[in-house]
Design a protein around this ligand. Structure first.
Ligand SMILES: N[C@@H](CCC(=O)N[C@@H](CS)C(=O)NCC(=O)O)C(=O)O
Length: 184
């Protein structure tokens, strides 16, 4: 992947997409695939995983990735926002069905898979749990991702349940254990 600096991205006139550098972060890979699908050219700006990324925060208000920055608009980070931006800027077949009822299904699934408290969100917690167990407390404290993603070992069981039922009991999402947890 060819990356440009923040300064070069700011000087650009089109889309800048901040993505995880050096690792295939699922949200970043999805964002790249989305804009490529719609043939929207973008300048890729690197986000350094597990680092403070101060310059990114100063530019966009966000430390992690992906972040879509389009001139004149607020930086966007959520999957549905990115999908709608790609649909608006790009060309080619829409990823959203025309019929409203089907569209509701698709946008709902995007949220359930990629949104807050969705499958990826909970699965991320599961990965962090495995990782945390291999770290000493100092190393963990120095890594901003544990607090940024609300890692809490006491939530592990409910995160596992929530990740599983997204696919095994899609109709049962209303009583997901994660809904009873404090927000993070
Ligand atoms: N923006 C997404 C989450 C994106 C996300 O989880 N990004 C992770 C990818 S696994 C990331 O950037 N990790 C590296 C880091 O936090 O430094 C959302 O709001 O739901």
């Amino acid at each position: 992947m060819d990356y440009v600096s923040i300064e070069a991205a700011q000087a650009g006139t089109g889309l800048a997409l901040v993505v995880n550098a050096g690792v295939p972060g699922p949200w970043s890979e999805s964002a790249k695939a989305l804009f490529r699908h719609h043939q929207v050219p973008f300048l890729a700006v690197p986000q350094i995983p597990a680092a403070a990324n101060d310059a990114l925060v100063a530019w966009t208000g966000h430390r992690n990735a992906p972040i879509a920055v389009y001139p004149g608009e607020a930086p966007m980070t959520r999957a549905l926002e990115l999908l709608q931006l790609a649909e608006r800027l790009g060309s080619g077949p829409s990823l959203l069905p025309e019929a409203r009822s089907a569209r509701i299904q698709v946008t709902g699934w995007v949220q359930e898979i990629a949104g807050e408290a969705g499958f990826g969100w909970c699965a991320r917690h599961l990965i962090f749990d495995t990782w945390a167990r291999q770290m000493n407390p100092e190393t963990r404290a120095a890594n901003p991702m544990f607090s940024a993603y609300g890692y809490d070992e006491s939530r592990q069981e409910s995160m596992l349940e929530s990740a599983q039922i997204v696919f095994t009991r899609p109709g049962g999402c209303a009583d997901r254990a994660v809904n009873r947890l404090p927000r993070w």
